[in-house]
Design a binder for this molecule. Sequence first.
Ligand SMILES: CC(C)(COP(=O)(O)OP(=O)(O)OC[C@H]1O[C@@H](n2cnc3c(N)ncnc32)[C@H](O)[C@@H]1OP(=O)(O)O)[C@@H](O)C(=O)NCCC(=O)NCCS
Length: 379
Amino acid sequence: MTTMDKPKAGLEDIVATSSAICYLDGERGVLAYCGHDIHDLAKSATFEEVCWLLWHRRLPTRAELGDLQSQLAAARPLPEAIIRLMKSLPPVDGMDALRTVTSALAHYDPEAADASPAAQYRTAVRLTAQIGSVVATWGRLQAGGGPIAPDPALPHAANFLYMLKADRPDATSIRAFDVALTLHADHELNASTFAGRVAAATLTDIYSAVVAAIGALKGPLHGGANADVMRLLLELGQDAAADRVDQTIRAKLARKEKIPGFGHRVYRTEDPRATHLRRMSHDLGTRAGSTAWYDMSQRIEAIVKGEKKLNPNVDFYSASTYYALGIPIDLYTPVFAVSRISGWTAHILEQYANNRLIRPRAEYIGPTYPQRVVPLDQR
Ligand SMILES: CC(C)(COP(=O)(O)OP(=O)(O)OC[C@H]1O[C@@H](n2cnc3c(N)ncnc32)[C@H](O)[C@@H]1OP(=O)(O)O)[C@@H](O)C(=O)NCCC(=O)NCCS
C-alpha cells in the first residue's frame, strides 16, 4: 500500500459494491426501494409487497402476492425443538436469543446447505416468516405465557402482534406495525447488511450470513439504539418536568454523551423514516389517551437539533411507537430484525448472484518490520 491509500474511518462515503435494491440520497433525504419512494410504500404497500419488491426488484401482481402470503404462512410454525430450545435458554437479551435461535433454525431446514438460487430464495422466505415467529414467541415466553401458534389467515404484521400478545390486534395497530416493518425493511449498506454480504461473499450459507447480520444489528450504534431511546425516556419518567428533561439532555451533550436515536452516517437532513414514525408515535399516543412520550421525544428532538444540529433517525420515534403498541422494550431491536430480514436476504441473494470474495486491505501501523524474535528467557 502507498500513502495514497489512507483508510477512511468507518469507510465513510466509500462505495463498496453495486446494488439494485436500495437508493439512498443523504443530502435530499431520499430513501427508495428498487425505485419506489419510501413515502409511497409507507402509504400504499404492505410489508409482504415490500418483501417481494426487495427480492424481485418489482412489485408483485395479485397472484404473486397471494403465493408469497401462502408461503410465509406455511413457514411460520416453528419446529417443536426450536420452541424447546427457547424455553431452555436463560432470560438473556432478546437479540442474544434471536442470534442463537436463528443459528439453530438452520439445523431444521433441509435446504440450509443447498446453494441453488431457487433453494436460497425459499430459505429467504422461510427465514422471513420464522424470524417473526421466533421474536413473538420469545416475547411470550419472557412474559411468562405459552407460545401462540401462528394464524395462517393473518398477514405478517397482524400475525406477529397476535403471536406476541395472544390477542387479536385492532386495525390501527396492525397498520402502524405494518408501516413500521416497511420503513425498516432495507437501508442500503448499513452495518448489518454489509456484515451479511461480507459473510455471504465467502459462499457460506444464508443462515450464517444472517447470524452475522444479527450480531451487527445488536450494537447500540445500529439497531440497539431503539431500545436505548425508550430506556432514556423511562429514566426521565413520564411525569418529568420540562426543565428536568432539558437539563438531563443538555448535561449529557456537555459530557459528550451520544443521545440514542440521533445522527446518521448518510442523512444530512431528516431521515425520511423518522417523519412517519414521529406521526405514528403521536397518533398512537393520542389514541391510547396520553402523548407524554411523544411530547418528551419532541422536547429532546428540539434540544438535540438546537445544540448539535442532529436529526432524529429511524430509531428515535420507533421507541415511543413500539411502546404505544405494547411491545416490550427487550423486543425493540429484535423487531427491527423481523423487518430487516427481508433486506438482509435480498442483499445476500444479490451477493450470491454476482459474487466475488470481499477482502479489503488494512493500512499497517504496527511495530516496524522486521522485528527480531528475542528468546523467551531474554524478554
Ligand atoms: C449513527 C451514528 C453511529 C453515526 O455515526 P458517525 O457518522 O460515525 O458520526 P460520529 O459518531 O463520528 O459523530 C459525529 C459528531 O456528531 C456527534 N454525534 C453523533 N451522533 C450523536 C448523538 N446521537 N448524540 C450526540 N452527539 C452525536 C459526535 O459526538 C461527533 O461529534 P464531534 O465531532 O464533536 O466529536 C451516530 O450518530 C450515533 O452514534 N448515533 C446514536 C446511536 C444511534 O441512534 N444509532 C442508530 C443509527 S440509525
